[in-house]
Write a protein that binds this ligand. Structure first.
Ligand code: SF4
Ligand code: SF4
Length: 66
């Protein structure tokens, strides 16, 4: 998987969704076990720009395309 979210670090702030040029196609912020977390709907839209990883305040995102 190319976009890796460390769910333990994620605070559900939604910054990844906001700053990603394909935000609504790739990201979803939803409740997981009672707390808000980011999840990936379809990473096929990712253009590998790393903006989400740069802006994530929790440093929870790694982009790992080869
Ligand atoms: S920016 Fe980081 S902490 Fe905020 S919702 Fe996205 S992955 Fe989680
Ligand atoms: S690397 Fe760029 S296109 Fe891919 S999810 Fe992050 S912000 Fe969106």
């Amino acid at each position: 998987m190319g976009i890796i979210v460390d769910i333990d670090k994620c605070t559900g702030c939604g910054k990844c969704y906001e700053v990603c040029p394909k935000g609504p196609r790739i990201w979803k912020i939803e409740n997981q076990n009672g707390s808000r977390k980011a999840s990936i709907i379809d990473e096929g839209y990712c253009i590998n720009c790393s903006t989400c990883a740069s802006f994530c305040p929790a440093h929870a995102i790694k982009i790992n395309w080869q």
